[in-house]
Design a binder for this molecule. Structure first.
Ligand code: NAD
Length: 335
């Protein structure tokens, strides 16, 4: 945790305002322009400092604080807008096993039954919502600010693997992540460099920039892909009771899902899963920036609910920046 030694509320208010301005500027560059100017680790460090100050001085939390908003961006005006009936949220994050252990212990406190969790890869792309009616793909939208996203229906139809027709004639909203495979990212940046165009900072920004295009032909050329991992009203519509079986059910409907998940019941196994997926990270054809731990029982998701920004039934364990990772794997992560 960042060391907050401030006791003067006026000084804290000044610091909070400075941090807000800086983070909002970076968020604009990242979300609206798909062109970040600082590393995620730097953004996360300043964000954490702001969170710590706000938790020390809760009376200073403003409704428009970046900590109280999903994404924190306005949606790009050229694309048509779509209102999400159920908000699309972000994820809370932790950066160490201790923090993750605390989150699991706190979550467990609400239940007498021992919880199990579904561990999944955190795909480094952008969130997407797909609405199917009677099995037919009707609308696709980005997360935007969580309540209002951008209509990318024409673009999503250019992505191989996203079915325009499900295997069953059901009506459902499914959510997941659109990403750019690493090989496509490298060749896209190479060709942009040859053409004297600015390159994308990372596959996530490249995926966002490629999906949020006015011309679907450009999206098609970029070779995006997707994994789906969530469905609105899954228990009622799909008759599933946990996250791991939801993934299988989505796959059975013809949707692309990631099969690297594991059902886990204790911290030792969570650590082992994280270590093994971290070691395997470079061999994947797509980028991941962490591991998402979700309470497996979907009924408990409803019981736990959400904050204004994140679900309380899931947490993202974020990988350290690439350069720090080698050291961590060799020095600290020995099981
Ligand atoms: P996030 O990317 O940290 O996590 C939430 C998102 O994870 C979800 O919305 C979903 O799209 C995605 N996700 C991927 N796999 C998933 C899975 N299996 N299950 C559930 N969700 C999954 O949160 P965010 O709010 O989109 O972005 C915040 C992060 O963006 C920050 O931590 C920071 O690293 C980065 N950021 C960087 C800058 C910069 O300037 N570098 C600026 C703003 C934000």
């Amino acid at each position: 945790m960042t060391d907050v030694t401030l006791t003067d509320v006026n000084e804290a208010a000044k610091q909070i305002a400075t941090l807000q301005n800086q983070l909002k500027q970076w968020a604009k560059e990242y979300y609206e322009n798909d062109a970040p100017t600082v590393e995620d680790a730097e953004y996360d460090k300043i964000y954490k400092r702001l969170e710590d100050l706000e938790s020390t001085f809760p009376e200073l939390i403003q409704a428009d604080s970046i900590t109280q908003q999903v994404g924190g961006q306005q949606v790009k005006s050229e694309l048509p807008k779509v209102a999400h009936e159920v908000p699309m949220l972000s994820l809370g994050d932790v950066f160490s096993f201790d923090e993750l252990n605390n989150w699991m212990n706190n979550t467990q406190k609400s239940f007498t039954e021992a919880l199990s969790y579904n561990a999944e890869l955190k795909i480094d792309g952008l969130a997407i919502s797909l609405i199917y009616e009677n099995g037919k793909l009707m609308q696709a939208s980005t997360r935007g600010d969580g309540n209002i996203g951008e209509d990318v229906t024409k673009n999503i139809k250019q992505i191989n693997g996203i079915p325009s027709q499900l295997n069953e004639p059901i009506s459902i909203e499914v959510r997941g992540e659109v990403y750019m495979p690493k090989a496509n990212f490298v060749s896209l940046n190479n060709s942009r460099e040859r053409d004297g165009l600015p390159t994308f900072a990372n596959p996530r920004n490249a995926a966002a920039g490629s999906l949020r295009q006015l011309d679907p032909k450009i999206t098609k050329q970029r070779g995006l892909a997707a994994f789906l991992y969530q469905a609105v009203d899954a228990t009622k519509i799909l008759n599933v009771t946990n996250q791991s079986s939801l993934l299988e059910r989505l796959n059975g409907l013809g949707l692309p899902t990631n099969s690297t998940n594991a059902v886990i019941t204790n911290m030792t196994d969570v650590e082992a899963y994280i270590i093994s997926q971290t070691k395997n990270r470079d061999s994947l054809s797509y980028g991941i920036d962490g591991i998402v731990i979700k309470v497996n029982n979907l009924h408990y998701h409803e019981e736990l609910g959400n904050t204004v920004k994140v679900p309380k039934w899931a947490i993202a364990y974020k990988f350290p920046p690439e350069e720090a990772q080698t050291t961590i794997l060799s020095i600290e992560w020995t099981v």
